[in-house]
Design a protein around this ligand. Sequence first.
Ligand code: XMP
Length: 312
Amino acid sequence: MEQREIKEFIDDKVREIKEAVGSHKAIVALSGGVDSSTCALLAHRAIGNMLKAIFIEDGLMREGEAKRVLKTFSNLGIKVEVIEAQDEFFETLKGKFDPEEKRKAFRDIFYRVLGREVKRSGASHLIQGTIKADIIETERGVKTQHNILEQIGIDPERYGFSVVEPLKDLFKHEVREVARELGLPREVYQRMPFPGPGLAARIIGEVTPDRVDLVRRATKIVEDVLGPLSPFQAFAVLLNDLGTGIVEGKRRLGKIIIIRSVESKDAMTAEPTCVPWEMLLYLSKKITTEIPEVVRVAFEITSKPPSTIEYV
Ligand code: XMP
C-alpha cells in the first residue's frame, strides 16, 4: 500500500470503529502478535479509554509473552489486564488427539473465556484482528481458524457480543505497514505470525502442560537461532511418536522435534527456508542438549501446499 492509502485506511477504520461502538465499551484480546496489536491501537484511537485491552493467558503462548505484551502497551499508554485461564484451556484440551477437534475445542473455550470477560467489563463489542487469509482459508475448509465465526455461520451473539474486524480486508504484509504507521515498535510489526491456538497448533497428539512446556523451550531455541535469517515463521513441532535414542550408552525412547522454517508473503503459500547446514546441526545439538527428553530432531522441507505451515 502507498503511504497515502495507509493513512486513509487508518482514518476510515477509526471512523468505522467509532460508529460501530458508539458510546459503548469495546474489548480487545491481545495475543502479542501484529494483528491484535494493530486492532488495539486503531480502537484506542477511536474510543480511547472506552477500550478495554486484555491478554488471555491460555498456557499456550511463547515464553515471556504476557510480560512482553504488558510492557509494549504500557509504553504506548494502554493498560492491559491479564486473565489467567490456563487451567480451563488444558482441561478442555485434555484427552483430545484429533487436529480439528483440538481446534474446535480451543475456539470454544477461547470464546467462552472471552465472552465472560466481555460481560464482566460491560463491553458490547469485540475488536478482533481477523485478516483476509484467515477468512479465505477457513471458508475453503483448509482449517478451522480459531477467530472465524460469522463467516462460517456462528453468530457471535451466542457468546454475548458483536464483532468488529477492522483488518479483514488486509493480508499480513499490509497489516505490518498499518502497524508501523500507527507507531507500534519494530519488534511487534516485524514479528513472526503466531497461530491463535498457540503452541497447541504445533503439538501432534494430546496438549498437556508438560508437552507444551517442551515445545515452548524448543520454540525459543529455534526462534533465537534462526532469528538472524528473518524467516517468515520458524518454530518447533512436537510429534506424538517416540524414537529410539542412546542416553549414557543405553537405548532410550525419546521425543521427536521437527524444526519448521518457512518463507512466505501472505501465508497462503510458503517455501521452506534455505537454512545453512551448520545452523541445522547446531540447532539439533542445542535442542538435544538443553532438552534431554528429545532424542531426535528433523528439519521439515515441505512447501505449502501440500503442507500447511502449522501442523494442526
Ligand atoms: P497454515 O498452518 O494454515 O497457517 O498454513 C497460515 C498462517 O496462519 C497462522 N495460523 C493462525 N492464525 N489463528 C490465527 O490467528 C489460527 O487459528 C491460525 N492457524 C494458523 C499460521 O501461523 C500461519 O502464519
